[in-house]
Design a protein. Structure first.
Length: 143
């Protein structure tokens, strides 16, 4: 079956969180409900979900700060992988970013996620020689 995509709707939240857990993109330090709420404040139309029939099977968040585009939470349920759904969502994100005038897309992949690294490499992404730095400004997990 084909993947049907649309922007996230509030009624999708439970299914998206279940997807992120099943796909292994959810992490304890990031409360998924809070991440969804944060995204809905900035370009909510760039939070895409994909369906096969009535089943939510994929998601992706995109952003653009005027300099670089970003991708977060690209996820496909394990039983729906290798059907082109992740590729289709990335193509849609790239089209949205290009239409917004975005010249380059950056994304982060955890170093131990060899499956994702292979996926993005097949899509033409290359590892750049940069060091990624981060700082939590707001804590999601209990202290």
């Amino acid at each position: 079956m084909n993947l049907e995509t649309r922007s996230f709707r509030p009624e999708d939240e439970a299914a998206v969180i279940a997807l992120w857990i099943a796909a292994g993109v959810a992490r304890a330090q990031n409360d998924p409900a809070r991440d969804i709420a944060r995204k809905l404040r900035v370009r909510p139309d760039w939070f895409l979900v994909g369906f096969v029939g009535d089943e939510l099977v994929a998601s992706v968040m995109a952003g653009y700060d005027g300099h670089r585009g970003s991708v977060y939470y690209l996820a496909v349920t394990p039983r729906h992988r290798r059907r082109g759904y992740g590729r289709a969502l990335m193509a849609r994100v790239e089209s949205l970013l290009l239409a917004a005038g975005c010249p380059k897309l950056n994304l982060q992949v955890r170093a131990d996620n060899t499956e994702a690294l292979g996926f993005y490499t097949r899509l033409g992404y290359v590892q750049e020689h940069r060091i990624n730095l981060g700082k939590r400004l707001e804590r999601d997990e209990p202290e």
